[in-house]
Design a protein around this ligand. Structure first.
Ligand code: ATR
Length: 270
C-alpha cells in the first residue's frame, strides 16, 4: 500500500495541493497517495488522529487549522514555534507528531528563483495576520536592510514587530506612516481578494522594485496591477505555493523535486 498523505482544510475543494504532490511523487518515483480532506471545524485533532489510524504519515494544513495543528504537535521546528502555526505535519517513528511551517521558505525560494535580492533590501510587508507571521523569520534570516510591517490595525503590526525584533531590523505600524522607497513590497493581506487596496503612497517603489502578492489567480491581483502601474515588477504567490509544497515533500520523503515543471503546468491550468 502507498504511504498516505493529505491536506486538511475547511473548505478544501479547490486545493491545488493534491495535483502538486502527485506531480512531485511521479517525478521522484515515490509511491504516495495524497488526498484533500475537509476536517470538521470543531475537531481538527480528531481528524488527524483518524487519518494516522488509517495509515496517514503526514499532512499539509491550511485555513483555518494552522494554529490548532501547532497546538497538537509533540515537537516543532524553530520557525513553526515562532510562527505559532504549522502547515506541515510529520508522523515520527515513535508515533509523535512533528510540526513545521514551510510557507516562509517557500516565499524566500520563490523570490530567489526570480532573482530578487533580499540581503540589504528595504522590504515592506502589508498585513499582520497569520499569513504574515508565518513568513517573517525566513525573511529576516536573509538579512534585509529593513523590514517594515504595515497593517490596517496598526497595533497588530506593532505587536508582531515586537515579537520578531530579536531577529532583525523590523518595525510595525499603520499604513498612513508608510514612506518609501522600498525594493520589495509583499502583500500578505486578504485585501487583494475583495478588490479593495490599503491606502498607500504612490511613490512606494524604488527603481527596479518587486511587488509580490501571496495570493494568485489567472489574472493579476488588484494589488499587483496597482504596483505594475507604478513601475514595480509584479509576482504572484503561485511559486510560493509550489515551493512550500516542495519543502513539505522533502520533510516527508527526503527528496527535493524540481519545482519548475510543476509550476509551469499549474500556471497553464489556472
Ligand atoms: P491570514 O491568515 O490570511 O493572514 P488573518 O489572520 O485574518 O488571515 O489576517 C488578515 C489580514 O488581512 C490582516 O492583516 C487584516 O488586517 P486587520 O488586522 O486590520 O484586520 C488584513 N485585511 C483584511 N481585509 C483588509 C482590507 N479590506 N484592507 C486592509 N487590510 C485587510
Amino acid at each position: 500500500m502507498s504511504d498516505r498523505y493529505c491536506v486538511f482544510g475547511h473548505p478544501i475543494g479547490h486545493s491545488r495541493s493534491p495535483a502538486i504532490h502527485a506531480a512531485f511523487a511521479a517525478q521522484c518515483g515515490e509511491a504516495i497517495d495524497y488526498t484533500a480532506i475537509e476536517a470538521p471545524l470543531d475537531d481538527f485533532a480528531g481528524a488527524w488522529r483518524d487519518f494516522v489510524a488509517a495509515g496517514g504519515r503526514g499532512a499539509n494544513v491550511t485555513v483555518p487549522f494552522k494554529e490548532e495543528a501547532h497546538r497538537l504537535c509533540a515537537t516543532l521546528s524553530r520557525r513553526a514555534r515562532r510562527a505559532g502555526a504549522v502547515n506541515t505535519l510529520v508522523l515520527g517513528k515513535n508515533g509523535d507528531t512533528y510540526g513545521d511551517t514551510t510557507d516562509g521558505v517557500g516565499l524566500v525560494r520563490d523570490l530567489q528563483r526570480h532573482g530578487v535580492m533580499l540581503r540589504g533590501a528595504r522590504v515592506l510587508v502589508l498585513g499582520a495576520g497569520g499569513a504574515v507571521r508565518g513568513v517573517l523569520e525566513p525573511l529576516l534570516a536573509e538579512g534585509p536592510a529593513s523590514l517594515r510591517v504595515a497593517n490596517r490595525t496598526a497595533a497588530k503590526a506593532e505587536a508582531l514587530a515586537d515579537d520578531f525584533a530579536d531577529l532583525g531590523p523590523i518595525r510595525g505600524g499603520g499604513f498612513e506612516a508608510v514612506a518609501g522607497p522600498f525594493d520589495l513590497v509583499i502583500n500578505g493581506t486578504s485585501a487583494s481578494l475583495g478588490g479593495a487596496l490599503p491606502p498607500l503612497p504612490d511613490d512606494l517603489f524604488a527603481a527596479g522594485a518587486t511587488a509580490y502578492d501571496m495570493m494568485y489567480g489567472a489574472e493579476l491581483t488588484v494589488f499587483l496591477r496597482w504596483a505594475r502601474e507604478r513601475g514595480a515588477r509584479p509576482l504572484d504567490g503561485l511559486g510560493m505555493l509550489v515551493e512550500q509544497a516542495a519543502e513539505a515533500f522533502f520533510q516527508w520523503r527526503g527528496k527535493r523535486p524540481d519545482t519548475a515543471p510543476v509550476l509551469a503546468e499549474l500556471r497553464r491550468s489556472l
